[in-house]
Design a binder for this molecule. Structure first.
Ligand SMILES: N[C@@H](CCC(=O)N[C@@H](CS)C(=O)NCC(=O)O)C(=O)O
Length: 204
């Protein structure tokens, strides 16, 4: 399998962390791509031109590809133990809800970053304020889960770590820690995990 990713994408980081946590690194070759340059190998794997994308059978003819990080995580989780998405029951939906909440924070953060790269005259202060509010409400909600996140490093925890680390990386002006001391302390512990260390984005 090939995982097409960019080193700064928080969605790709989530998938890469899951691959490492599940010890699937021998089965998943990683290939770097810049989605904004529409590289042909990415377009072939994902017509939406977003990373991460997974080439499951790279045979060029009947190659089966997957895209959208929740789907990639669900697929990869099905391949080996330890299971990072519970099989069934209320806990399954709690974990997937945490993933959705963390991904929603990431969505608002990525949108803010992209908006911030536009010319000032083209930027929308209204949308930037809306995304900032969504980020802060999302973090506030996730803070209620801080104790649970510390109990088990499942997909909800991986997605949360990727989202919070992305806020630190790209939007350091958002002081999310002020309203989330539990998450802040939790992220300090996560920082030592191999899957976190190996996926730290490059500066710049
Ligand atoms: N929902 C997707 C979002 C993926 C996404 O937006 N990735 C960004 C990089 S952080 C991208 O490839 N953007 C290129 C584009 O939107 O054209 C996922 O979870 O994988």
């Amino acid at each position: 399998m090939q995982l097409i990713y960019s080193a700064t994408s928080p969605y790709a980081r989530k998938v890469r962390m899951l691959v490492i946590e599940k010890r699937l690194t021998d089965r998943v070759e990683v290939v770097v791509a810049n989605p904004l340059q529409d590289p042909p190998e990415l377009l072939a794997a994902n017509p939406l031109a977003k990373v991460p994308a997974l080439i499951v059978e790279p045979d060029g003819v009947s190659g089966f590809t997957l895209f959208d990080s929740p789907l990639l995580c669900a697929f990869l989780d099905s391949l080996s133990a330890p299971q990072l998405i519970p099989e069934a029951g209320p806990e399954r939906w709690r974990v997937l809800r945490r993933e959705a909440l963390a991904d929603g924070i990431t969505d608002a953060a990525v949108s803010s970053v992209m908006e911030g790269r536009r010319m000032e005259s083209q930027r929308s202060p209204e949308w930037l304020a809306r995304w900032r509010s969504a980020i802060l409400r999302g973090v506030f909600e996730l803070e209620k889960e801080a104790v649970v996140l510390g109990a088990r490093f499942d997909l909800g925890a991986i997605a949360s770590a990727a989202a919070l680390a992305y806020l630190d990386f790209r939007l350091p002006q958002i002081d999310w820690r002020a309203q989330a001391p539990g998450l802040s302390a939790w992220l300090e512990v996560v920082r030592d995990r191999e899957s976190f260390v190996q996926t730290v984005p490059p500066e710049g």
